[in-house]
Design a protein around this ligand. Structure first.
Ligand code: UDP
Length: 365
């Protein structure tokens, strides 16, 4: 039997696309090189705590259709992301808000905060990079305390070499609102993300621990169409060269104490601390048990043996990506989607929106 679709990659894009297709009577074969489904949203229970194995995944969106879609597969709790910053041992409210500015400068009202910011902003009319943009918004001292070290560690390059969109994700507020996101919908799925992916892919034939490229022709022959969610440069055999990524390394420990740090996420923003954040997973779901699971997150240089997490969307890589992107028209039987195939710094809600739109296009074709 020939399947309607072969989906390469069991992450959020593949699972959403699979769900849409199966709901419309199509048959789906899915493969993934990892031994589990879910891609980087995969969660696993340890000591009764759902551990985000590939880093913190906090669901947030302004897209009501996406919010309604994902809630078919899980109940979401009322978690709101309010990370704290530790800079050289001192704690700060984050993202930058009136409490942060009070802690920095003692300003207590929005008007005082605005006056202080106006006096420290570096006048840069057309900021060309992350460093220029943040300096033009908040000046040197805040840049140094919250952004410079963290960003340098996270991306392995100077903030002056990075695009502004990376930092424009973060709000800067002159109120006491310390919600990390501006979106109206936010939460953590009770029970973790893995059951969501299981529900979405129910009915698909799934093969895990499989290397698509080791037997590409045989896999592709099994279906009328292919959905590829892996690295776009790998699909085209790196013919123009290799796209760059940042990877992450996680050091996770079970600690015999009820609470290690009192919050799900604490960022370490100085350059000398090698990790960028410490996650304490039980706080995502308000777990109360006697033990806790804590993860130290270290950004790292990427090579092909490591998991690609973040596309590095600088000029060189984007030019290279566009060369690969131009090849897609010649691969009419293949649909490309997700963070790796589109080389985009997608959040979860954007991946779902993109997969739903791709499925819709497929129905209309
Ligand atoms: N960032 C920073 N200091 C922080 C947190 C974030 O400078 O304490 C910058 C950093 O460049 C990071 C970007 O903001 O890559 C986006 O952060 P976000 O938390 O959205 O990244 P993610 O959770 O996707 O890793």
């Amino acid at each position: 039997m020939k399947y309607d679709y072969l989906i390469v990659g069991c992450g959020l894009f593949g699972a959403t696309f699979a769900e849409q297709m199966m709901k419309n009577g199509k048959s789906v074969l899915m493969i993934d090189k990892r031994p589990h489904i879910g891609g980087n949203v995969y969660t696993e229970s340890t000591e009764g705590i759902n551990v985000h194995k590939y880093g913190a995944h906090i669901f947030h969106t302004s897209n009501e259709a996406v919010w309604n879609y994902i809630r078919q597969f899980a109940t979401f709790n009322h978690y709101v992301n309010r990370p704290k910053v530790n800079y050289k041992g001192k704690y700060y409210s984050f993202p930058i808000n009136l409490m942060t500015l009070y802690q920095m400068w003692g300003v207590t009202t929005p008007a005082e905060a605005e006056a202080k910011l106006a006096s420290v902003r570096v006048p840069i009319e057309h900021p060309q990079n992350l460093e220029e943009w943040i300096l033009s918004q908040v000046g040197e001292e805040i840049y140094e305390t919250f952004i410079k070290g963290y960003t340098t560690k996270q991306w392995g390059r100077q903030p002056s070499e990075l695009p502004t969109f990376i930092i424009r994700r973060l709000p800067i507020r002159l109120t006491f609102d310390d919600n990390y996101f501006n979106d109206p919908y936010q939460g953590i799925p009770i029970g973790g993300y893995t059951p969501i992916i299981e529900a979405m892919t129910k009915g698909a034939d799934i093969h895990l621990g499989v290397d698509f490229f080791a037997d590409q022709a045989a896999w592709e022959a099994k279906a009328d169409k292919v959905v590829f969610t892996g690295k776009i440069d790998e699909y085209y055999d790196y013919r123009f060269g290799e796209l760059e990524y940042r990877t992450l390394r996680f050091d996770t420990k079970v600690l015999d104490m009820p609470d290690y740090q009192g919050n799900a996420v604490i960022n370490y923003t100085d350059e000398d601390t090698p990790y960028t954040r410490i996650l304490e997973h039980k706080h995502f779901e308000f777990e109360q048990g006697p033990k806790t699971v804590v993860t130290w997150e270290y950004p790292d240089a990427w090579d092909r043996s490591k998991v690609p997490y973040y596309p590095v969307n600088d000029k060189r890589n984007m030019e290279l990506y566009h060369q690969y992107d131009a090849l897609k028209v010649d691969s009419a039987h293949v649909i490309f989607g997700g963070r790796l195939a589109e080389y985009r710094y997608y959040d979860m809600h954007q991946v779902i929106a993109s997969a739903l739109a791709t499925a819709q296009k497929e129905f209309n074709s």
